[in-house]
Each structure stands twice: as C-alpha cells, then as structure tokens.
Ligand binder design. Structure first.
Ligand code: SF4
Ligand code: SF4
Length: 331
C-alpha cells in the first residue's frame, strides 16, 4: 500500500466502543454545561446503581411490563423463539438473545427497549461537537461516564485526544477500579476527574459493590500523583455507608493522600433507576431505603469540613465556579 493511502486508511480508522447514552446540557457532571457520554460495562455491581444497564458490556433488551399490551408481536418477530410479551417475562429462556432488535422494532408500545450501542469514536465526537459553543460560554466541556470509562481504554483515549485537539475541556467519572497501565494513554488527556469512593472499609466495599477497594484507593493516589484535579464523590446511602466513621475515614484519606483533590461531594442516593432493574430482570437490594434529605447531607458536609476538607454540596460550587482558574486544590 502506498504511504499516502496508508495515512488515508489510518485517518478513516476509528476505535469502536459500546455506550448506552449521550446526555446533552448536563449541569451536574463537572464544571459548566456538559455533554455526558455514558460508556457501558462496569467491574462493580453496587446495590444502589442508578443505571443497571451500565454494568454489562453487551447490548441488552430491557422489557417494561407496565407498557406491554400483550399483543404478541414480539414473539412473532423473533426468529429464535426467544421473545415473549413483557407481561409474561419478556424472554422464553430458550437461549441467548443476540440483540438483533426485531422484537424492539415490532413492539407498538415501546415496552421493549434496546440498551447499548456499538459506535465509533468519530460518531461520538460529532455529537460532542454540536454543543461546543455552550462549552465555551459556560466553562463546560465533555464528561465520559459509565459504567467505567477506563474499561474501554483505546476508545476513551481516542475520544479524549480528539476533544483535547478541538480545545474541549475533558472530564472522566470513574469508580476507580481499572488497570492503571492500560489506562495510561488516557491520563494525560484528562482535565478533571470525578472519583467515587464508596466505602473505606474493604469488607463493606466487597459486600456492597462486589469488589475490594484496594485497587480503587491505589488508583486514587496514582491519579493525584499524576497531577489530575479531582473531586471525590461519595454516594450517600442512609444506613449503608453514611456512618460518621466512614465519612471521617474518607475525608482523612482525601486530606492525607490526594493532593490534587478539590474536595468531596456527597451524592444523595435516589431511586430513579428502579424500573430498569425490573426491565433487566435484576433484583433491587435497597427497596426499604429512602433518599437522604437536605439536613442529612448538610450533616455529612459538616463532618467533612471538620476533617479540614472542602465539601461541595450536591451540584454546587465546582459547577457554578465553572472557570477552571477558580477551582482551588485542598493543599
Ligand atoms: S432482540 Fe432479537 S433475538 Fe433477542 S429476543 Fe428480540 S428478536 Fe429475539
Ligand atoms: S410487542 Fe411489546 S406490547 Fe406487544 S406483547 Fe411484545 S412487549 Fe408487549
């Protein structure tokens, strides 16, 4: 192949990845107005996960019983004999669904929904660039969330590199459980990280998320040593991880080990993802727990500030002070 042809081929080649949503005009996923790209696939399975469709790295078909009119069209459309009306469970269990989408297209009442899509980096970039003017005006940019974005390192690296080249501010939301070496190409391309710390006690972390927190904490320290500005996020689930001991331990770790952390943001637990658990045939383990009220979050913030760490009340300061130069580190 001629040299010029090779370079044309290289330009056309773009990494592919799996995502489950692109949300525009978000005000709660980093500074300013942002486009949030949700990558599919996560090594954790947190009990409170608001996006259970983010956990599998495959395309899934969700079935929403409440919308089903029992017309049987899905069953007729599936040449594998797998689809059943949502009111009868959605799938026959006779084999693996290959997510061909026939039953979804046949469903007249949107009771079946495709969750996840394989896309090229260039397709995603096209969506991101649509709002460039809003990023400039608000001090915003793009946020890669999940799932766990670092699980798709080549795809993420291409997205980050292209955004940086276009002058778009880049942020990543991570659960912290990823291979640092594999993610290395991404790190220098990130302006800002929202890093989740769900529980400091490894025994509880394993029980609540399905994995140890040791690599999570190690990666948080590496991220700080790499010089990346971070906000640490704690999902606040009443009676599960909101003890004074856990909040103080998290704040102490942030203060002592994470030099580039701007502070901690407690994220109130909510139940907005509940219907998706049923749609995917998953159990929801927190059915008896309510969202924390404002007083509860203020009490958590009080503990954090007592530990000499800045507390960002949910959706607050680091969003409003969208000019990056106004963001200051703890130390
Ligand atoms: S997505 Fe395709 S294979 Fe899966 S149940 Fe629907 S029609 Fe059948
Ligand atoms: S096509 Fe849709 S509405 Fe009709 S039975 Fe299947 S899931 Fe229900």
């Amino acid at each position: 192949m001629e040299r010029a042809q090779i370079s044309r081929e290289a330009k056309r080649t773009t990494a592919k990845g799996i995502i489950f949503e692109i949300e525009r005009w978000s005000l709660s996923d980093g500074p300013g107005t942002r486009t949030v790209v949700f990558l599919k696939g996560c090594p954790l399975s947190c009990w409170w996960c608001a996006n259970p469709e983010s956990q599998s790295d495959r395309v899934q078909i969700g079935v929403f019983t409440g919308k089903c009119i029992d017309c049987d069209r899905c069953a007729e459309a599936c040449d594998k004999g797998l689809a059943l009306p949502a009111v009868k469970g959605g799938f026959s269990g006779n084999g693996p669904c290959r997510a061909c989408n026939r039953c979804v297209s046949a469903c007249p009442s949107k009771a079946r929904r495709r969750m996840g899509e394989f896309v090229s980096a260039s397709e995603v970039i096209k969506e991101i660039k649509k709002d460039s003017i809003f990023y400039r005006k608000s001090g915003g940019g793009v946020t890669f969330s999940g799932g766990e974005p670092f699980r798709q390192p080549e795809f993420l690296a291409e997205l980050l590199a292209t955004c940086k080249k276009a002058g778009i501010h880049t942020a990543v939301e991570t659960c912290g459980l990823f291979n640092w070496e594999t993610a290395a190409d991404c790190i220098d391309l990130i302006d800002f990280v929202m890093f989740d710390l769900k529980h400091m006690d490894d025994r509880h972390h394993r029980r609540l998320t399905g994995a140890s927190n040791s690599l999570v904490l190690e990666n948080a320290e590496k991220m700080a040593r790499a010089g990346v500005d971070m906000v640490i996020r704690i999902p606040i689930i009443p009676s599960i991880n909101d003890s004074e001991e856990n909040i103080r331990a998290t704040a102490g770790f942030v203060r002592e080990k994470l030099d580039t952390a701007l502070g901690i943001e407690p994220l109130p637990y909510h139940r907005l993802g509940l219907t998706k658990y049923a749609a995917l045939g998953l159990d929801y383990k927190l059915s008896d727990i309510s969202s924390p009220d404002d007083d509860h979050i203020q009490a958590i913030c009080h503990l954090i500030t007592e530990e000499r760490v800045r507390c960002f009340s949910p959706g607050s300061r680091y969003q409003k002070e969208s000019n990056q130069s106004q963001l200051t580190r703890i130390k």
